[in-house]
Write a protein that binds this ligand. Structure first.
Ligand SMILES: Nc1nc2c(c(=O)[nH]1)N(C=O)[C@@H](CNc1ccc(C(=O)N[C@@H](CCC(=O)O)C(=O)O)cc1)CN2
Ligand SMILES: Nc1ncnc2c1ncn2[C@@H]1O[C@H](COP(=O)(O)OP(=O)(O)OP(=O)(O)O)[C@@H](O)[C@H]1O
Length: 202
């Protein structure tokens, strides 16, 4: 039997998956987000103390993470949350504690950011939820192409757990993975939880 693996570049995948997401009608997006939340609720977060999260760019129909945090604040009251402010010129992020009372302001890219608060270091995160346009069957991801999460994840401790959130399933393989790319430990989709740590151990 011949198994064909489709290799695609990040540039092609980025274009295809952004279009695919933007073309989804709002009711389908709402259903996928509900299913994604259900999958997220299946994991046990009790070993984590500080979780970093992104808030969605709604114009880009990113995964809705508000509902996840809303649920987790009730289900895991000891778990604290961190949010970032982006510096697009340097492709870097600064991190702040996200309390329920934190004021959020949308930046020029439509990303809700904390107006201020207690600054945090990457080393303080033990769980990071990662945005993406697509991922592949080995846990490599494609984002908007600035490498901001690759830079951030490199600064986190090796003990950090990374979980990508995607409204779609994986592509076969990303052709142009490079040394800066940080593969994800897990990806949650509306249908499945992919655990790349486990599959590597097999
Ligand atoms: N919600 C969310 N927050 C996030 C990310 C993300 O993917 N999603 N990022 C993940 O890294 C960082 C922000 N990265 C971004 C990179 C590009 C664009 C963007 O809109 N780019 C324009 C072109 C910009 C330009 O070069 O002028 C575009 O794609 O149309 C937005 C966010 C940090 N925060
Ligand atoms: N740790 C790093 N240090 C310096 N440059 C980096 C680092 N990580 C990524 N880059 C650079 O950033 C650029 C974008 O990388 P890539 O195409 O992998 O982005 P992406 O993962 O799709 O985007 P993002 O992480 O912003 O969502 C590349 O030119 C890459 O070399």
């Amino acid at each position: 039997m011949v198994i064909q693996i489709h290799l695609l570049t990040k540039k092609d995948i980025r274009k295809e998956y952004l279009e695919k997401r933007l073309n989804l009608p709002d009711d389908v997006i709402a259903t996928l987000n509900r299913e994604l939340l259900n999958q997220c609720q299946l994991l046990d977060y009790s070993t984590f103390r500080m979780a970093h999260i992104f808030l969605p760019i709604t114009e880009k129909k990113e995964a809705d993470t508000y509902a996840l945090v809303h649920w987790a604040r009730e289900a895991y009251p000891k778990l604290q949350w961190a949010l970032s402010k982006s510096d697009m010129r340097n492709a870097t992020m600064e991190h702040y504690l996200w309390k329920p009372e934190t004021v959020l302001v949308r930046n020029a890219y439509g990303i809700p950011e904390p107006a201020g608060g207690l600054p945090l270091l990457p080393a303080e995160m033990d769980l990071v939820f990662v945005p993406m346009l697509a991922f592949d069957k080995s846990g490599q991801r494609v984002g908007y192409g600035k490498g901001m999460y690759d830079r951030f994840l490199k600064e986190c401790l090796p003990t950090v757990t990374t979980i990508g959130l995607s409204l779609f399933g994986p592509v076969d393989a990303i052709e142009d993975v490079n040394a800066n790319d940080v593969p994800l430990h897990m990806v949650i989709t509306p249908q499945t939880i992919y655990d790349f740590k486990k599959s590597k151990e097999c």
